[in-house]
Design a protein around this ligand. Structure first.
Ligand code: EPS
Length: 397
């Protein structure tokens, strides 16, 4: 199973193709659109989120509300394309006139041609790699707008996993200097409350201070990063493998999270705190009783040992750096003149940590769905379910 996305931030649309997704999985448009709306939400998002109202169009692979086993093709239209068409057209020579942008209190127009790279963005390294002086060619695809397509793909993975009782959630534990160290799966009720927080915070009590910190950052012309937790419950033991480096589930999950724009670090379970713990406090005691089957005395491992899921919830944390587009403009050098020049502003977010948690859920869902299909095989959901039931029975509780 694999997926690809295509699309520029201000092109006509984002598309995704999912290949190898099992047949006969019930899917709903509402479930996909709900995930897309969650990604758009969050105090500190930029003006673009006021323009877009992401809704999925299914072009192939689904019939009558179930998957068909054929490639699934999705499209998300970019409403903003209407303004950008002259600058982004596929065949006509791009217009270099300033583009009037909407929904940004500080910017009225942006230039389609950008020659001063923003420190921290893909601009300069992309310019070196692809040989451009117009950074628009890099910015458009490096934009986190692409993560909308991933969220739509992840919604398919989530719906497959739900058939096996796997649920995935996330919450923000830190924005800038405000935060807590909580890292555990939430109850469905707690997770529902997180969705009501404008910064998707847990503990909920952090919300007000986080919102105030974002507002203060805006006034200071700054941006903020933060930390989120992403978890999966109901994961059976035996996903991933110890036998090869690229089959280790924790390695796959870390790669998937690091692939989200702005992510600079990932932890599994106790993560970096493990450095300070003696072995006796790190490793989760193993217990068994006939009534409850196998269980563990903690989850410092984050649900993965030896690169294999151990039946405990999967628990991951990731840190997102502050958004690299600052209205004050960071020190840089113009690519054409090679003279010092402050990087220009693009419409952007003050912080996108709440949205990054939703994207992380999609990526975790995808990795787990692939691991499920590897373990339980099959071209159809009923085949996977039979293999899953037989495996569960073999585990003996
Ligand atoms: C984003 C869309 C983008 C940005 C943001 C996230 O749209 P626009 O450039 O039109 O405002 O708001 O992207 C970035 C912060 C970035 O650095 O790329 C989205 O859909 O998430």
């Amino acid at each position: 199973m694999r997926f690809l996305t295509a699309g520029e931030s201000h092109g006509p649309a984002l598309v995704a193709i999912i290949e190898g997704f099992p047949a006969k999985v019930p899917v709903s448009r509402e479930a996909i659109d709900r995930e897309l709306a969650r990604r758009q939400h969050g105090y500190g998002r930029g003006g673009r989120m006021k323009i877009e109202q992401d809704q999925v169009e299914i072009l192939a692979g689904v019939r009558g509300g179930t998957t068909m086993g054929s490639p699934i093709c999705l499209r998300l239209k970019n409403r903003d394309w209407a303004r950008w068409a002259p600058a982004m057209a596929a065949f006509a020579a791009p217009e270099t006139e300033m583009v009037t942008i909407e929904a940004d209190p500080l910017l009225a127009k942006v230039s389609p041609v950008v020659t001063t790279p923003r420190p921290g963005h893909a601009d300069l390294s992309g310019a070196f790699k692809y040989g451009y002086t117009d950074l628009r060619n890099i910015i458009e695809r490096a934009s986190a707008r692409e993560t909308a397509a991933r969220v739509a793909v992840g919604a398919f993975a989530k719906q497959l996993l739900a058939c096996f009782g796997v649920e995935i959630g996330s919450y923000v534990t830190q924005i800038g200097p405000v935060g807590s160290d909580v890292r555990r799966p939430l109850t469905p009720e707690e997770q529902a409350n997180v969705e009501r927080s404008p910064v998707r915070a847990y503990p909920l009590g952090l919300t007000e201070t986080m919102v105030a910190t974002i507002t203060a950052a805006q006034e200071a012309g700054e941006t903020l990063g933060g930390i989120f937790v992403v978890y999966a419950t109901g994961v059976p033991p035996g996903l991933g493998s110890h036998v090869h480096w690229d089959r280790r589930l924790d390695g796959q999950l870390a790669q998937a999270l690091m692939s989200i724009p702005g992510i600079k670090g990932v932890e599994c379970g106790a993560g970096f705190e493990a450095a300070q713990l003696p072995g006796s406090q790190m490793h989760d005691p193993i217990a068994y009783n006939p009534a409850h089957g196998w269980h563990r005395g903690g989850n410092q491992a984050g649900g993965i040992e030896g690169g294999i899921s151990n039946g405990q919830p999967i628990l991951l944390r990731a840190v997102m750096k502050p958004i690299p587009t600052l209205y004050q403009g960071l020190p840089s050098v113009d690519l054409k003149t090679r003279q010092p020049r402050r990087a220009g502003a693009e419409r952007s977010d003050l912080t996108a940590v709440p949205a990054a948690g939703v994207v992380a859920e999609a990526m975790v869902a995808w990795v787990l769905a692939v691991a499920f299909q590897e373990k339980f095989g099959g071209d159809t959901l009923p085949e996977m379910k039979r293999a899953f039931a037989a495996y569960r029975e073999g585990l003996g509780g």
